[in-house]
Structures are given as structure tokens and as C-alpha cells.
Design a protein around this ligand. Structure first.
Ligand code: C2E
Ligand code: MG
Ligand code: MG
Length: 751
């Protein structure tokens, strides 16, 4: 479909087409100049047109070739007819009527009509019939006066002649009506298409003029009538030779317009024409002095018809408007926005999508009437606050959009006007004291680009604005790419849950004073089917956002408990496990975990739960639940460690609130500088260790990578450490090996 609009017609000046035109014009001139050879020259013209048609079809290979082949048949038949006449005609004797030649001519007319009928693929286009009928009756009126009446009542022809001419005249009317139908239902207007329409029009007009002359007076067809016929013929061949012929038949773009200006003008002209004809005939037929009276009635009738057309046009306009206007707010609708977006503009544009937060609640609490009132008022406010040339539409429910010329700067200024305007109290009963806020997702459409993806982008930004809760979010393509990558990763993770792509690794925790492994941290690992690892630092935050962390967390606890059974019974080794803040907001969390421990016969002491400082960065109710869950665990001997201590939460007050046993100093404090004796770094570590000591907490240093760091931490009085210096996280079997080795060494030492 697109190719019709985008592909340019190649210039008509292909050599072949030029030769065709030159030859055609020469033959036409010869026919006018040498009437004696007319019939033979006509045959040559038919040959030329036939050649043009066949070459054109071969060269341009139209998908829908049927009408072109029918034209080949029509021209071929008429050539045979002419040949027949040329052979039989003599100076003093006309061939009998109907001759074989007439039969061929009849067949030619039939094929021509069939070709126009099959110009468009059947079944593809609805409509157009009414317009064809208007052309048929309107043209019929003219033909009646000019041709049919003199033929039927002139007394010049009868019998087979009369029937034959009536057939030809009717056939011409049919060609006219079918051509009108094609023009009305299709939108394509290529050079070849125009030539075909031109040929049909010239043909019908010339024929009618010829018959009109013939039925009134005997005689040769006038020169201009010869020119008419010949040009119609030649145009058919020229159309076939033009490259655009291949997309000028068959399934062409549909013409969606119901009423166009040019069609209205054509209707009016037709009515005036028919009324004019009527008037002329009425005056001629009326008794002397009475003609004027008849004309008054005719004029009034004509004016009434024209006014009726005007009225219909108004109705069409109203329907058109209805299709583009949102009935509730009177703003434009999605179609209007889409049309605007599709347009390429030479300047940057801003598209904003807005929706009212909690609009559903308003509908539910105050009823749909109140909801509608809020929407109408929002529409007014948007229209009033947006630039006057902006397109403001309601998309659906409480979603609006504003499209206007402008850049990043305007975007922020406009959002700064629209958001407060929408947040003003609404004069709706029950709502006057309630703040209805809006969210805006915006995107900039660069100059020259159509906004095909703009709606989707603005919608994504709107989603972002809603989740961030900060009013405005602007779409940026980098963030979008990231969003898609994250979304894909989460989908993969959801599939990985329950497969062996997920596993647990354990990293030993050592006592700094002795170097003995006294615990281990359970760390989740995700290896893709191809063996590539995905860092938990990447997928855990995503799983927290998507909520999948709850399922993952339960899986982790199940696996850790079963691994822990062996570690505890063999070595009395406790394991620390990372628990997300989301898991702790579930009031059943602690009970379920304690059940698990009981199921594998483990005491609470075997487990340490690691939480980050951020668990308390939530609502008061959730914080209370979290603290309750931790307390419940602690009552059963489970210890609590604060992970990444010193990074998340600036206030120390939570240390008073949270039941804690171990401080896990964040890895960033265990930097190279403490090994080098950097005074600031040492001061931080000392402060944390002192804080731990004064609160009677055990301190643990993370990410210890060198003996120098370990030595310094030992000197500062830190109790525990973990890091690559001691061991990397590894499967539980590796931990068993390390523990077994440790037991062997201590047994040796004891001996
Ligand atoms: P985290 O709990 O602070 O875990 C410590 C991280 O430091 C681990 O990264 C560990 O591999 C890494 N690490 C250990 N020793 C060294 C070292 O010497 N140098 C350096 N540079 N890093 C070291 P990992 O395994 O990538 O885990 C990252 C984070 O993912 C964890 O930080 C934790 O917050 C989260 N996480 C891991 N497993 C789970 C889990 O099962 N559940 C939950 N909720 N979060 C988990
Ligand atoms: Mg941890
Ligand atoms: Mg940590």
C-alpha cells in the first residue's frame, strides 16, 4: 500500500513512449489529411495501440493484468471489425447491416466495458455505486435529450439499426458510470490512471456528440470527432506504456473521503445542467407566452436540489467532526492526535500524555457523574493552559494528550503550567477539598520526524512518572533501551526460577584473630544455559522491583536450609543468608523460616539473617512488621546482621530500633588505604568497631583482599572478616573441603 504513495512515477519520457506518441500523432494527422485512406489508417492506429498495450503489459508486469488484457481484446476486435469493413466496403455499396464487422465491433464494446468493470479488483471496494448511479441518471438525462430522443422518435432509424445504436448508446453510459465508480472508490492518481480516465471520458463524450450529430443529420463525422476517437484510443496505449500502469489497476488505495469538494461541485453542475436542459425544452414546448412560468418552477426545483446538496454536505461535515471529537470534553480524540503525529513538521514538537492519579477512586467513591465533571473540567484547564495552536485531545478514560511545537525548554515550562492547573481543587461536590494530582509522560519529536512511536514513548514515560510519583517524566531512548533490557532479563529470570540455572555459593567468614572459618555467607548465583553468569548486583534489584524476589527468596531459604543441615551437623557452622526488605514485610515470613529450620532439625543459632539498613526506609506500618519479624526470629536464636553497614541510611537511630547482633562493615571501608595507613580511612573503621563494641555487637569486615588489610583490621579490633583473601564464594562442596581441611589441621595441632 505504502509504495503507491512513496514511489515516484518515473518520467513518462521513455524512448518507447516517445516513439509511440510521435507515430500516433502522425497517423492522426494523416487520417485528417487523407480521408480516402481513413479506414486503413484506423487499422494502423489499432495496430499501434495493440503493440503499446502488449509491450506495456510485458514490460511493467502489472499484478492485476485483467483489465489490460481485456483492452487488448477490445482493440483487437475493433481492428478486425475495421478490417472487415475496409475489405467489404466499395465506392457505391455499404456493407449489409448487421455485418460480421458489426458483430466484432459489438464484441469490442463488450470487452471495453468489461475492462472498465474489472479495473479494480472485485470485492475490494464497497461504495461508489451511488455515485455511479448518479452519473448514470445524470448522464442519461443528457444522452436522452441529445441522442436517445432523436434516435427513437426522429424516425430515421428502425429495426436492427435502431437496436444497434441503442445498444451502443447504453454501453457508453455504462462505461461512464463504471469509470465514475473507479474514480470515487480509489485514491491513486498516477499518470497511467489519469490517462485511462481521460480516455474513457473522451470516448464517451465523443461518441455522444457523434450520435447526436448522426441522429439529426446524415453525414461524415466531423474532424474533431475523429480526433476524439483517435486520442481516446491512443491514450489507452500510452497509459499501458507508462511505468505507473502496474499500480494503476487492481487493489489500489481506497478513497476514504465520503464527500469531497470536487464531488459536491460535480453534483451541483449536473443538477444545473439537467435543469437547464429541462428549461430549454419546456420553453420550446410551452404555448407562446407560457415559457416563463415553467421556468420559475424549474428554477425553484433546481435551487431546492442544490440546497439539499448543501444540507447533505453539512451533515457529512457534522459526521466527520463527530468522528474526530471526544463527546464528553469537546476536545479532539485519538484519531486527531494520530493524524497530527503522522505529519512531518519542520520544527521540534513536544508530546505530553497526562493522566489523573487515582481517577478510578474518584469514580468509585463519588460516582461517574462526578468523574465526568472532573474530566470535563480537566479538559477545559488543559485547553486554557496549553498554547493556542496546540492539539489537545482526550485519549481515553482519564488520559489526555497535548501536542505542540517546542523543545525541551518549552516542555518543562508547559508541564510547570499544566500540572498545577490540574491540581487545583475541582468544583465537584465532595471533591473541593481533595487534591487530584496528575502525572505527565513527555517525549520530544525532532524536526522532520513523524511521531509514529511517540505515543508509545510518551506512555512509557507516563508509566515512569506514575511509579516515581514526581509528576513529570521525559522519555529518553537510552533509558528506554535499558528498560527493555531489564524487562527481558526479568522474563528470563522468571523462567530460570525452579531450574538449575540458579544455585547457591558460600563464602567463608573467618575469625581474624585465629583465621578459623566460623561461618559462611550464602550468595545466590545465576548461570545462563550457556554458562554465562549474571551478577546478583544486577538481577536482585530488578527482582525486587518486579516482586519476583519473594519467590526467589523462598527458594534461597529452602536451598540454604538443606545445605545448612550438613554444615551444622558436621561442623556446627552457621550460615548467613541475605534477606530482602520485601520479604520482611510479609507477616508470615519469620514463622515460615522457623518451620523450615525445624523441618531439617536445625536450631535458630545455625542461621544468621542479613538485612541492609534500607529495611527501615519504608512506611511506619511496614517498619513495624519488619521489626516484629526480626524480633520473632531472634527469640528463636536466629541472629541478625546488618549488611553493607555505613552506606545506606544516614541516621544511626535505627540501630536502637532494630534487633541486631552483627555489623557487617561495607566493603568500601576495607579499601587499600587502610592497608597503607590512610588516617581518614582508619578513623572510619575504628569508629565502626568502637560503635560495635559499645553496643556489644560483633563487627565483620567485607571484601578483604590482602593480608595487609586483614592485619590492619585485626589491630583495630575487628572480629570477623570475609573476602577473596580468605576464599571466594564457591559451591557448598568446596566449603566442606575447606572445613574438613581446617578440622584436620586443628586435630594435628592438638596432637
Ligand atoms: P552482599 O551481601 O554485600 O555480598 C557480598 C558481595 O561481595 C558478594 O557479591 C561477594 O561475592 C562479594 N565479595 C566477597 N568477597 C569480596 C572481595 O574480596 N572483594 C570484592 N570486591 N567483592 C567481594 P555478589 O555475590 O555479587 O552479591 C552482591 C549482592 O547481591 C550481595 O551483596 C547481596 O546484597 C545480594 N545478594 C546475593 N545473594 C543474595 C540472596 O540470596 N538474596 C538476596 N536478597 N540478596 C542477595
Ligand atoms: Mg550480604
Ligand atoms: Mg555486603
Amino acid at each position: 500500500m505504502l509504495s503507491y504513495v512513496t514511489r515516484q512515477d518515473r518520467p513518462a519520457g521513455s524512448a518507447l513512449l516517445r516513439w509511440y506518441v510521435v507515430l500516433g500523432c502522425s497517423l492522426m494527422a494523416a487520417i485528417l489529411l487523407v480521408p480516402a485512406l481513413r479506414l486503413w489508417l484506423y487499422i494502423l492506429v489499432a495496430c499501434l495501440v495493440l503493440a503499446g498495450l502488449i509491450l506495456g503489459i510485458r514490460r511493467h508486469r502489472p499484478v492485476w493484468a485483467r483489465p489490460w488484457w481485456l483492452l487488448v481484446g477490445a482493440v483487437g476486435m475493433s481492428m478486425v471489425a475495421s478490417l472487415g469493413w475496409a475489405v467489404t466496403i466499395t465506392e457505391d455499396e455499404l456493407p449489409p447491416y448487421p455485418s460480421i464487422g458489426d458483430l466484432f465491433y459489438c464484441a469490442s464494446m463488450g470487452l471495453l466495458t468489461a475492462s472498465v468493470y474489472w479495473w479494480v479488483r472485485p470485492g475490494r471496494y464497497r461504495g461508489g455505486l451511488l455515485d455511479a448511479a448518479i452519473a448514470l441518471t445524470g448522464g442519461g438525462a443528457v444522452v436522452w435529450v441529445a441522442v436517445a430522443e432523436p434516435l427513437l422518435f426522429g424516425g430515421r432509424f428502425e429495426g436492427a439499426h435502431l437496436a444497434g445504436y441503442l445498444l451502443y448508446v447504453t454501453n457508453d453510459l455504462l462505461i461512464l458510470a463504471l469509470t465514475v465508480r473507479v474514480v470515487v472508490v480509489t485514491r491513486v492518481r498516477t499518470v497511467a490512471y489519469r490517462m485511462m480516465v481521460g480516455a474513457a471520458t473522451v470516448w464517451v463524450v465523443t461518441d455522444t456528440a457523434f450520435y447526436a450529430a448522426l441522429f439529426r443529420e446524415q453525414g461524415e463525422a466531423a474532424a474533431w470527432i475523429q480526433v476524439g476517437w483517435l486520442s481516446a484510443y491512443l491514450m489507452i496505449g500510452a497509459a499501458a506504456l507508462h511505468p505507473s500502469m502496474s499500480r494503476s489497476t487492481g487493489s489500489m488505495p481506497r478513497n476514504a473521503a465520503l464527500l469531497t469538494r470536487s464531488r459536491l461541485v460535480a453534483y451541483v453542475v449536473l443538477i444545473v445542467l439537467i435543469a437547464g436542459l429541462d428549461a430549454v425544452r419546456a420553453v420550446a414546448a410551452a404555448p407562446p407566452g407560457h415559457g416563463g412560468r415553467m421556468i420559475v418552477v424549474l428554477c425553484l426545483g433546481c435551487i431546492t436540489s442544490v440546497l439539499l446538496i448543501g444540507r447533505l454536505a453539512q451533515l457529512g461535515a457534522a459526521l466527520d467532526e463527530r468522528a474526530h471529537v471526544d463527546a464528553l470534553t469537546g476536545l479532539g480524540n485519538r484519531t486527531v492526535l494520530q493524524n497530527e503525529l503522522n505529519r512531518h513538521q519542520p520544527h521540534d514538537r513536544v508530546l505530553m500524555m497526562l493522566d489523573l492519579n487515582g481517577f478510578r477512586d474518584i469514580n468509585a467513591a463519588f460516582g461517574h457523574k462526578a468523574g465526568d465533571a472532573v474530566l470535563v473540567e480537566s479538559g477545559h484547564r488543559l485547553r486554557a493552559s496549553a498554547p493556542s495552536d496546540a492539539t489537545v485531545v482526550r485519549l481515553d478514560a482519564d488520559a489526555f494528550a497535548v501536542l505542540t511545537r517546542g523543545d525541551d525548554d518549552l516542555l518543562h515550562r508547559l508541564a510547570g503550567r499544566l500540572l498545577p492547573a490540574l491540581a487545583e481543587p475541582y468544583p465537584v461536590p465532595g471533591l473541593t477539598s481533595r487534591r487530584v494530582e496528575a502525572s505527565v509522560g513527555a517525549v520530544i519529536i525532532p524536526a522532520g520526524e513523524s511521531g509514529t512511536t511517540a505515543l508509545r514513548d510518551a506512555e512509557l514515560a507516563l508509566e515512569e512518572a506514575r511509579t516515581q510519583g514526581d509528576g513529570l517524566a521525559v522519555f529518553d531512548s537510552g533509558a528506554y533501551a535499558q528498560w527493555r533490557a531489564n524487562r527481558d532479563l526479568i522474563t528470563e529470570l522468571q523462567h530460570a526460577i525452579g531450574t538449575d540455572e540458579l544455585s547457591m555459593h558460600y563464602q567463608p567468614i573467618v575469625e581474624l584473630a585465629t583465621g578459623r572459618i566460623v561461618a559462611a555467607e550464602a550468595l545466590l548465583r545465576w548461570f545462563r544455559p550457556d554458562g554465562a553468569p549474571v551478577s546478583p548486583g544486577r538481577f536482585i534489584p530488578l527482582a525486587e522491583q518486579s516482586g519476583d524476589i519473594l519467590v526467589i527468596g523462598e527458594w534461597v531459604l529452602g536451598r540454604v536450609c538443606s545445605d545448612l543441615a550438613g554444615l551444622w551437623s558436621g561442623y556446627r557452622l552457621p550460615v548467613t543468608v541475605n534477606v530482602s526488605a520485601h520479604q520482611l514485610r510479609d507477616t508470615g515470613f519469620a514463622a515460615r523460616l522457623l518451620d523450615r529450620l525445624r523441618d531439617v532439625g536445625l536450631p535458630g543459632e545455625a542461621l544468621i539473617v542479613e538485612i541492609t539498613e534500607t529495611v527501615l526506609m519504608t512506611t511506619v506500618t511496614d517498619a513495624a512488621t519488619t521489626i516484629g519479624q526480626l524480633q520473632q526470629l531472634r527469640e528463636h536464636g536466629v541472629r541478625i546482621a546488618i549488611d553493607d553497614f555505613g552506606t545506606g541510611y544516614s541516621s544511626l537511630a535505627y540501630l536502637r530500633e532494630l534487633p541486631v547482633d552483627i555489623l557487617k562493615m561495607d566493603g568500601s571501608f576495607t579499601s587499600e588505604q587502610i592497608e597503607a595507613g590512610g588516617p581518614r580511612e582508619i578513623a572510619f573503621v575504628r569508629t565502626i568497631v568502637d560503635l560495635g563494641r559499645s553496643l556489644d555487637l560483633c563487627t565483620l569486615a567485607e571484601a578483604v583482599e590482602t593480608e595487609g588489610q586483614a592485619q590492619r583490621l585485626r589491630e583495630l579490633g575487628c572480629h570477623l572478616a570475609q573476602g577473596y583473601h580468605f576464599a571466594r564464594p564457591a559451591p557448598v562442596t568446596r566449603l566442606h573441603e575447606l572445613l574438613a581441611a581446617q578440622r584436620a589441621t586443628s586435630a594435628e595441632a592438638a596432637v
